[in-house]
Design a protein around this ligand. Structure first.
Ligand code: NAD
Length: 289
């Protein structure tokens, strides 16, 4: 039986979510996506116009297909919590019929596919990411934590009950959680620290409750859309190339492959882990150059 996967946080073919989808598709999984509501139109029209066709190519010659694409906003758990200014927004109003909150998406996925095996959280958002922590507002800080850390808790809460025992979840984190990375601001470093700590606690709780494994990948720098919004991604890629043990650019595909391993029975005893997929940069104590 092919495994069923739900991936939240894909809106183009440039990021880690897409690469994870690709690696899972290569392994024979059936994949559905949760796409951020404001990004859904452009994602679907680009998809229809064939903009992603080259990146959809599988090694067997076929094209990666998605079983279903759901509108989603991971900062809302139930429709009652959606504020008026959001629900009246044109794009959100269009998605409201189907339901874009985490609980509604989980219900819809269950109605369409029954139980799933794989849950992927590949999303983050920090409205004040370009501001130093010392200049971050309470609102910006809490928004970063809500979108980038609590969203994983919420997804496990709502999707855990519809996961088969033996299933697994993964998220993406960044070294700024544990080491100072100037420029990764707005509480995003705090959000990643929470995400990694939560990965341990959730591994225990979801392990006992659902027999589901919970891990996170600490990825090296990639020029995704989200990363470009931070502003210093080219410098980070250069820094990593110059200073990491393995001197090459990180490909999204490498993170996709590591995720496919962690989400597969090959990793059946791996849970609660932060796994570095960063050409080894995290292990350096001093820049050699
Ligand atoms: P990306 O832009 O491809 O992915 C981020 C996605 O999050 C986007 O598709 C966006 O639409 C979605 N999103 C934002 N807010 C959302 C919300 N409220 N609800 C649902 N979806 C929402 O960029 P990426 O770099 O591949 O990011 C994926 C993950 O990888 C993030 O957790 C990011 O922090 C992490 N990461 C990235 C890097 C890097 O250098 N790019 C390094 C380490 C970790």
């Amino acid at each position: 039986r092919g495994k069923k996967a739900f991936i939240a946080g894909v809106a183009d073919d440039q990021g880690f979510g897409w690469a994870i989808a690709k690696a899972l598709a290569e392994a024979g999984a059936e994949i559905s996506l949760g796409v951020w509501v404001p990004a859904l139109n452009i994602f679907e029209s680009s998809y229809r116009r064939g903009k992603f066709d080259a990146s959809r190519k599988l090694s067997n010659g076929g094209l990666m297909e998605f079983a279903k694409v759901y509108p989603m906003d991971a900062v809302y758990d139930t429709p009652e919590e959606v504020p008026e200014d959001v629900s009246s927004n044109k794009r959100y109003a269009a998605a409201a019929g189907l339901g874009f909150t985490v609980s509604e998406v989980a219900k819809n996925v269950e109605a369409d596919f029954g139980k799933i095996d794989i849950l992927v959280h590949s999303l983050a958002n920090g409205p004040e990411v370009t501001k130093p922590l010392l200049e971050t507002s309470r609102k910006g800080y809490l928004a970063a934590l809500s979108a980038s850390a609590y969203s994983y808790v919420s997804m496990l809460q709502r999707f855990g009950p519809i996961m088969n025992p033996g299933g697994a979840a993964i998220s993406l984190t960044y070294l700024a959680s544990e080491k100072i990375i100037p420029g990764y601001g707005g509480g995003m470093s705090s959000a990643k620290a929470a995400l990694e700590s939560d990965t341990r606690v959730l591994a225990y709780e979801a392990g006992r409750k659902f027999q589901v494994r919970v891990n996170t990948i600490s990825a090296g720098p990639l020029g995704s859309r989200a990363a470009k919004a931070i502003g210093f991604i080219d410098d980070m890629i250069r820094y990593s190339y110059a200073n990491a043990p393995i001197q090459k650019e990180l490909e999204a595909r490498e993170v996709g492959n590591a995720a496919a391993f962690l989400l597969s029975p090959l990793a059946s005893a791996v849970t609660g882990s932060t796994v570095y997929v960063d050409n080894g940069l995290n292990a350096m104590g001093l820049a050699p150059d």
